[in-house]
Design a protein around this ligand. Structure first.
Ligand code: LLP
Length: 442
């Protein structure tokens, strides 16, 4: 089990996070609850930043991909750590701005940014917008013209590298909904299109090959392809790349099938990428571009755990045993969506040997509402505190109020102290936007 940093089992045999007993946290704040280890988040941010500073002369910036976990506190941590962020909607942008995040360090993504989101982005003064369609380029240019702004943009390139957890394949795929394919010429066509826009300043290119990837070579291959493309654009259109954004996607440990990466391993991923960018810059006689990367999952994923209280237990002899918790797909939809596999333990009995395999079910009204399937645990009792590990990324950010359940609160734990960064919802929150037309009141 990959218990890292402040995640450990204490003398009482309880799970501990951020110097606090997880059982105490559950008692104090209630369950279900997301708990985040601040030290881990900061160390991951610093790990990436130190590679850019040490191996690339500081000529770049780490952007936290905030789709992984977006709330005001996480942007505040990113600000304190001196890194940038990427946002993918007006809502993420608003949250960042509300937290006091400097807008010039915000990069905006999205394959179908809405006109009102682009308007808002320009009003906020976001540093850079990553263009993903011809329509967007036209729309953005005219909005920028209306505001008398020259907006910096990158172009999202699809380098034709498809990455998987256990293998990577090179394809000339053009079937992604994201980006402009190099192989079919649309990447070059959009570059030409953007260069002709009066109110857009093309800074360079962006690519993102996927998520939860462990193969270094996939990242390097993508960097090679985009740098080669940059050289072709220089030769063909006379444009010299100034910024290169190589996306995110570094994998994290969820279960026994995943590698247990250390901080140095993440640094190594980035070092390999930096080396590839430098090598290609020399090879194609390009100036070394300002380098950006956008890790999301690897910054917050392992930093987060979810705490539950075990409720109903259903044992179907010789078939299956369910333990039901007070959460479910409304706060962690990843099993329902991707059949994701997690590691779970009883936080109040963390030292006890696992004696059975159970399925952790949620409380939603559907059979597919599962959190983890076939996880080894000691024999759980109602009232035990179940901790599911590595739930910091894409859990809260994908949560919903399905079945009108509350999206759980989140606490940030550091040096033995925990405090809310997301307040618990109330019944009033659930009906806040509900309206009853007059004719239905009779
Ligand atoms: N940059 C771009 C343009 C992206 O699309 C993404 C993730 C990232 C950066 C951050 O990738 P990361 O470092 O987090 O792997 N909901 C899914 C994951 C979707 C990822 C979408 N894009 C899940 O729960 O696994």
């Amino acid at each position: 089990m990959n218990l890292r940093d402040t995640l450990k089992i204490n003398k009482a045999g309880h799970l501990e996070i951020g110097g606090m007993d997880a059982v105490d946290i559950a008692r104090r704040f209630g369950t279900p609850l997301y708990a985040f280890d601040e030290a881990h988040i900061r160390r991951m941010m610093r790990t990436y930043k130190s590679v850019i500073d040490g191996e690339y002369g500081g000529n770049g910036m780490v952007l936290y991909a905030s789709k992984a976990f977006s709330c005001e506190a996480i942007y505040a941590i990113a600000r304190q750590e001196g890194i940038g962020v990427d946002v993918v909607s007006g809502g993420e942008l608003y949250t960042a701005v509300q937290s006091g995040f400097p807008s010039n360090k915000i990069y905006m993504h999205g394959n179908n940014k809405l006109e009102r989101e682009l308007e808002y982005a320009l009003d906020c003064g976001v540093g850079n917008i990553v263009v993903d369609s011809f329509r967007e380029a036209d729309m953005l240019d005219s909005i920028a013209a209306g505001k008398n702004i020259i907006q910096k943009v990158l172009i999202r390139i699809n380098p034709g590298v498809e990455a998987h957890t256990h293998a990577f394949v090179q394809t000339a795929r053009t079937d992604s909904k994201f980006g402009f394919s190099i192989s079919d010429g649309t990447a070059e066509a959009i570059a030409k299109h953007v260069l002709a826009k009066k109110n857009l300043e093309l800074r360079g290119f962006h690519c993102h090959i996927g998520s939860q990837i462990f193969e270094k070579q996939s990242f390097v291959l993508a960097a090679n392809k985009v740098m080669q493309f940059a050289a072709e654009i220089r030769d063909g259109l006379g444009f010299e790349v100034k910024e290169l954004n190589i996306g995110g996607g570094f994998g994290v440990w969820y279960n026994s099938d995943d590698p247990e990466l250390k901080y140095e391993d993440y640094a190594d991923y980035l070092k390999a990428l930096v080396a590839a960018v430098k090598h290609n810059a020399a090879k194609y006689k390009l100036a070394e571009p300002y380098l950006l990367l956008e890790p999301g999952r690897s910054i917050v994923g392992e930093a987060g755990i979810t705490l539950y209280t075990v409720g109903a237990i259903k044992d179907i002899p010789a078939v299956k045993k369910y333990i039901a918790v007070d959460g479910g797909m409304f706060e962690n939809p990843r099993y329902a969506l991707y059949q994701s596999r997690y590691t779970a333990l009883l936080a109040n009995r963390a030292n006890e040997p696992c004696t059975e395999k159970v399925t952790v079910a949620g409380k939603c009204c559907e059979s597919g509402d599962l959190i983890a399937v076939d996880v080894p645990l000691p024999e759980a009792q109602s009232g035990d505190i179940l901790a599911v590990l590595t739930t910091g990324a894409y859990n809260y950010s994908m949560a919903s109020n399905y079945n009108r359940n509350f999206i759980p609160a989140a606490v940030l734990v550091n040096n033995g102290e925990a405090e809310y960064i997301i307040r618990p919802q109330t019944y009033e929150d659930l009906v806040r936007n509900d309206l009853i037309p007059e004719r239905l009141k009779k």
